[in-house]
Design a protein. Structure first.
Length: 187
């Protein structure tokens, strides 16, 4: 069994990287597991534990979607947290407009199901995970620091290729191994 997900590799620009480094420093009193920037990605679909025998069908489904999808650009211009204001769990960067992304994910879903992947019924919330919050020392201070540090980020993210990754969990963080890469070729 391999733990799989579909994502776009993201390279953050220098300004965004500096802002994230400032956030790490500002939030040092709280317990947060930060995502390493070299594994930064935008998840299209988490698949989970998958028998190796099913991977060729999943690759075929992804190739079909990517052959029909045009390259596009998304604007990174939001930040927030999953969980509640009282108990934030995940800090993230997000996107205001994501129509082409949502369209590609919706087209991918039935093909993945045909390949034997369990259906996904949740909302589509494209985001880049910054960190997982383990403990907040002072909630008011936490939110003040988060908002002050993040400010108004803006970066264009080109979406040209989708990758099927295997995720291997280690104590010092996950390792992501590409299982297949699929260029967007639609016209």
């Amino acid at each position: 069994m391999k733990r799989l997900f579909v994502a776009v590799k993201v390279t953050l620009d220098e300004e965004v990287q500096q802002t994230i480094a400032s956030l790490h420093h500002a939030m040092r009193h709280h317990t947060i597991t930060w995502v390493k920037q070299d594994v930064c990605h935008l998840t299209l679909r988490f698949i989970g534990a998958t028998p190796e025998s099913r991977i060729p069908q999943i690759r075929k489904a992804l190739q079909q979607v990517c052959n029909q999808s045009q390259p596009f650009t998304m604007t990174l211009d939001k930040h927030g947290a999953f969980g509640s204001h009282y108990e934030p769990r995940v800090l993230w960067l997000g996107f205001e407009e994501f129509g082409p992304f949502e369209k590609m994910v919706r087209e991918m879903e039935p093909l993945l199901q045909e390949a034997g992947v369990e259906p996904y019924y949740g909302n589509i919330v494209p985001h880049i995970t910054l960190g997982r919050v383990k403990k907040v020392v002072d909630k008011r201070r936490f939110w003040e620091q988060y908002e002050q540090t993040m400010g108004n980020l803006h970066q264009e993210i080109p979406i040209r290729e989708v990758t099927l990754y295997q995720s291997i969990l280690h104590e010092d963080g996950p390792e992501y191994i590409p299982v297949g890469r699929f260029e967007l070729r639609g016209s």
